[in-house]
Design a protein around this ligand. Structure first.
Ligand code: URA
Length: 257
């Protein structure tokens, strides 16, 4: 796989632990990705909602009609939500952050301790890695990018989300997708993938090709927290980001690793 990179993006890739080598044919403009060898240190106006695809699964009819809410009402509904047990232990709900005109929607799992404290997704160590991954693509969290989680409340002790918690929160994410109309969704980690694609296949089996959620292309990749523990897979995550860029531009994906 080869991608065009400028000096700043190369520096960012080095930051996230992905080394790049110049490809011989287009040495000045392209780079090839190899696994990292070394651990890295530690409501604005919105576009109109798209029509629901005819084959979309029915939304659970929860009180308040989440499927009809506009952005501010949706944010308020999340803040007031008591649909599952997680509301008892939360300090803040974490609705999401970013550009309401985002091309990119990044979907993670659930708030951790720092996110629960600050009410913003991906602000801990995994968030720093995510920010660097975005920078490597010339993006940042408040510009053309929106970041949200499957769960809007922190599971105690950062345990895995329970199926009924995911089921209760899912209509919020679905409505966020409808209102944002991103051009691409990056599903990071098992729970994002399960929630968006309804698949329990391992990430390794689902990555490397395009999927779809409500008519939006979806690329599956590893969760940044996993990448912090599995440095060798950062190169695969970078390949996934390149695939997402290609799909977003409507280009046929290059062969992936
Ligand atoms: N992990 C996630 O999946 N989401 C966050 O917001 C933080 C960590």
């Amino acid at each position: 796989m080869s991608v065009d990179l400028d000096a700043r993006q190369r520096a960012m890739l080095a930051e996230i632990g992905v080394r790049v080598f110049a490809a011989p044919a287009r040495a000045a403009a392209t780079a090839q990705v190899v696994p990292a060898a070394r651990p890295q240190p530690s409501a604005a106006p919105l576009r109109a909602a798209p029509p629901m695809p005819r084959d979309a699964p029915a939304l659970p009819s929860r009180a308040g009609g989440i499927e009809l809410m506009e952005w501010d009402a949706l944010a308020q509904a999340v803040a007031a939500c008591r649909a599952c047990q997680l509301c008892a232990g939360r300090r803040n709900t974490v609705f999401g952050v970013g550009d309401p005109q985002a091309d990119w929607l990044i979907v993670g799992e659930a708030p951790g301790e720092q996110e629960d404290l600050q009410g913003e997704p991906f602000v801990g160590q995994a968030g720093k890695l995510l920010d660097n991954m975005l920078k490597a693509m010339g993006l940042e969290r408040h510009h053309k990018v929106y970041i949200a989680n499957v769960l809007k409340c922190r599971p105690p002790g950062n345990r895995n989300p329970e199926p009924q918690e995911v089921a209760q929160c899912e209509p919020f994410l679905r409505r966020q997708v409808q209102l944002l109309q991103p051009r691409i969704i990056l599903a990071m980690g098992r729970f994002a993938v399960q929630s968006l694609l309804g698949s329990s296949e391992p990430i390794g089996k689902l990555r490397g090709r395009g999927h779809e959620y409500m008519g939006v292309p979806v690329v599956v990749t590893y969760h940044p927290a996993y990448l912090l523990r599995n440095l060798a897979d950062k190169a695969k995550a970078w390949a996934d980001l390149c695939l997402a860029q290609e799909l977003m531009r409507g280009q046929p994906p290059a062969e992936s690793t």
